[in-house]
Design a protein around this ligand. Structure first.
Ligand code: HSE
Length: 440
């Protein structure tokens, strides 16, 4: 059978992973697909640098010529960013090429249009590598769990953020110090605020939620909070209470609608997710029939991400000659069954909370604070009061003390009210810290 020709957009960390896997595992992949798969051409920014890799691939700086090349069957996008990637993928689909991309921002924000256009042209759009690097989570949601009504999923889906939190917890290192190392190791996005402010995780959560619940990609509905305000103290206090702080993406189906949220989260240290460290990712998916299932693996890196891209290439090759109607639907549900679902606002979420207050060390402070929570019907499940600072040793009335509360499950609007009241007390001297708690 005629070989399948791949055009690669980008020959950086991920593009090289794809090329290396296709070359190294060519025989094994042919046994799986019945076809030779060849990276025929690659479009790059720096031709000399790409040629120096000596991968035996024809390289060009003219990316338009690649996506319109009649000899290319599949375009594999590993360049990242919004433009020119979006224009090039649109052009490739116009030219009836199947497209495979690792670009989560592009799928999360423009995926609905790309998928519609690809359907009109009878070609596939595939994006396994856009979520959680080497973990086949899209395939699991779309195919392995297809019998289930998915109820919720929660995952550590940004390797850089997890690396930072793990190093802070294990080695007491500062946020800035670990971020610099993550950038040097190539985990971080070109703009690392995407990692630490949760935007990268929000892109990935958008994609998983769409495939889990059969809803259009809804990036604007994701509530996003990053990890840049997590302090070493919070990591230590959480540990004393038996919790780990992880940056989670959570998608939960409730009767009232869908919660889509990315934020730092306390999780009990005994949960498997609490033990996912470094650049590793993991996702728990809860289906009504199967119960909880866990997916774990490298969330970033050249060959882990390349593994998912090549798996998509293999899927596309296997279905290339099939009637497009008989392919697995791109979002896992029939296109006319994809339906928008109400997306809940943060004030309507339900979660338990870790609250840290810095209070003047005076009689009655704790009683006043717990009174505020009690009046709003918020149950306090645990209290940790630490020693006051050094000023207490000399009997100063300015001595302060950290107080940590764990609440029961509560609607977030009520927690907002309680925190506003507590913050207004003269005895509370720093902004109140609050972090959601998930028992999973
Ligand atoms: N910057 C991303 C991360 C890369 O750290 O997870 C993989 O998407």
């Amino acid at each position: 059978m005629k070989p399948v020709n791949i055009g690669l957009l980008g020959l950086g960390t991920v593009g090289q992973g794809v090329a290396n896997i296709l070359i190294r595992n060519a025989d094994e992949i042919k046994r799986r697909t019945g076809r030779d798969i060849i990276v025929t051409r690659a479009a790059v920014r720096n031709q000399g640098k790409a040629e120096a890799l000596e991968l035996g691939i024809d390289v060009t700086t003219d990316s338009q010529s690649l996506v319109t090349d009649p000899n290319i069957d599949i375009i594999c996008e590993a360049m990242g960013g919004d433009e020119p990637a979006l224009t090039l993928l649109n052009l490739a689909i116009d030219n009836k090429k199947h497209v495979i991309t690792a670009n989560k921002a592009l799928i999360a924000v423009h995926g609905n249009d790309l998928i519609d256009k690809a359907r009109e042209q009878g070609v596939s759009v595939a994006f396994e590598s856009s979520v959680a690097g080497g973990i086949p989570i899209i395939k699991a949601l779309r195919e392995g769990l297809a019998a289930n009504r998915i109820e919720w999923l929660a995952g550590i889906i940004n390797g850089t953020g997890n690396f930072i939190l793990s190093e802070m917890a294990e080695k007491g290192r500062s946020f800035e110090d670990v971020l610099a190392e993550a950038q040097a190791l190539g985990y971080a996005e070109a703009d690392p605020t995407f990692d630490v402010e949760g935007i990268d995780a929000a892109h990935k959560l958008t994609i998983m939620a769409s495939v889990a619940f059969g809803m259009p990609l809804s990036f604007n509905g994701v509530y996003t909070e990053g990890i840049s305000k997590i302090s070493r103290e919070d990591v230590e206090f959480a540990a004393e209470l038996g919790y780990c702080i992880k940056h989670l993406g959570v998608a939960r189906r409730r009767d009232e609608g869908i919660e889509l949220r990315v934020h730092p989260t306390l999780i009990p240290e005994k949960r498997l997710l609490a033990n996912v460290n470094g650049v590793m990712n993991a996702i728990v998916v809860h289906g009504d029939a199967v119960g909880p299932t866990l997916y774990y693996g490298a969330g970033a890196g050249s060959e882990p991400t390349g593994s998912s891209l090549v798996a998509d290439i293999i899927d596309v090759v296997r279905g290339m000659d099939a009637d497009p109607m008989h392919r697995v639907p791109t979002l896992g549900f029939q296109p006319d069954a994809i339906a928008p679902l109400p997306i809940l606002k943060a004030a309507d979420y339900r979660a338990a909370f870790y609250i840290r207050l810095q209070a003047l060390d005076q009689p009655g402070v704790m009683a006043t604070v717990s009174g505020i929570f009690g009046e709003l019907g918020i149950s306090i499940e645990a209290i940790l009061q630490k020693e006051p600072d050094a000023a207490a040793l000399v009997g100063s009335d300015k001595a302060t003390v950290p107080i940590i509360l764990l609440t029961g499950l509560v609607q977030e609007g009520l927690i907002d009210q309680a925190i506003a009241k507590v913050q207004a007390l003269d005895t509370i001297i720093e902004p109140v810290t609050r972090i959601r708690v998930e028992t999973l």
